[in-house]
Design a protein around this ligand. Structure first.
Ligand code: KIV
Ligand code: NA
Length: 263
């Protein structure tokens, strides 16, 4: 999957789109070698890499730093980079400038931004400037304070109607795909059937056109993960075992051995 056309084709052919969110050279390299369709450089970097409680403090500079590293690790992959909080909300002009910088300085293929009707004009402008845009609806973490916490969205009929309308508005504004985060499965299904561009779900059930997870979540590096995360590897446990071996061997004088030593 190297261009936005592949997203539409995948949906038409009923082929699931695999996206992984990650932030640095080595994990991007693993993603490309494993054959994911798309790498997202998410602003979740703020939480996963910087240890922040929210994505709100993440800057355009941070995203460019991560984006460059990911591009070096995954030279042939389709890469989407998150526009961080307040880099696209103040004005359409600022949004174009910031998205332009992200594209130019990282070699990304597209940007992602959060929200529905309130960002539709911005999406249109970015698309007409030649910058592909991925949308993001449902739980939009940059609005965590306005949403009153990290919780499932679209529980009431009114909220559901609004999210469905927003998906259509984003599609009309020109997005090539939409992330649906933390919404009931039946709502994600309805949206997926209602729009032509693919939906990529996280905590949105199995009826979306694709799935996305955060690399460090799925690899089991955190003690606690949200309900929608599946831990495919117990990474923290594995790494700790490796470290404990190093500690024990150095203390015991068995590392470095002959093999690791220059004579
Ligand atoms: O920042 C991120 O990693 C994301 C995905 C979870 C969709 O936005
Ligand atoms: Na994000």
């Amino acid at each position: 999957m190297k261009t936005i056309n592949h997203f539409l084709e995948a949906k038409k052919e009923g082929k699931k789109i695999i996206m992984v969110s990650t932030y640095e050279f080595w994990s991007a390299k693993i993603c490309e070698e494993a054959g994911v369709d798309c790498i997202l450089v998410g602003d979740s970097a703020g939480m996963v890499i910087q240890g922040l409680d929210t994505t709100i403090p993440v800057t355009v500079e941070d995203m460019i730093y991560h984006g460059k590293a990911v591009r070096r690790g995954a030279p042939n992959s389709f890469i989407v980079i998150d526009m961080p909080f307040l880099s696209y909300q103040v004005s359409v002009e600022e949004a174009v400038k910031n998205a332009g910088r992200i594209m130019k300085e990282t070699g990304a293929n597209a940007v992602k931004l959060e929200g529905g009707r309130e960002v539709s004009e911005t999406v249109e402008k970015l698309v007409s400037a030649g910058i592909p845009v991925m949308g993001h609806l449902g739980l939009t973490p940059q609005s965590v304070h306005a949403l009153g916490g990290y919780r499932v969205q679209g529980k009431t009929q009114e909220q559901q109607k609004r999210i469905i309308e927003d998906a259509k508005i984003l599609e009309q504004a020109g997005v090539f795909a939409i992330v649906l985060e933390a919404v009931p499965s039946n709502l994600a299904k309805e949206i997926t059937e209602f729009i032509e561009v693919p939906t990529i779900g996280i905590g949105a059930g199995k009826f979306t056109d694709g799935q996305v997870l955060v690399f460090h979540d799925m690899m089991g590096f955190f003690d606690r993960s949200p309900k929608f995360v599946k831990r495919y590897v117990e990474g923290k446990k594995l790494f700790k075992e490796g470290l404990n071996s190093f500690i024990n061997e150095v203390r015991a004088g068995t590392f470095p051995g002959k093999k690791h030593t220059y004579d």
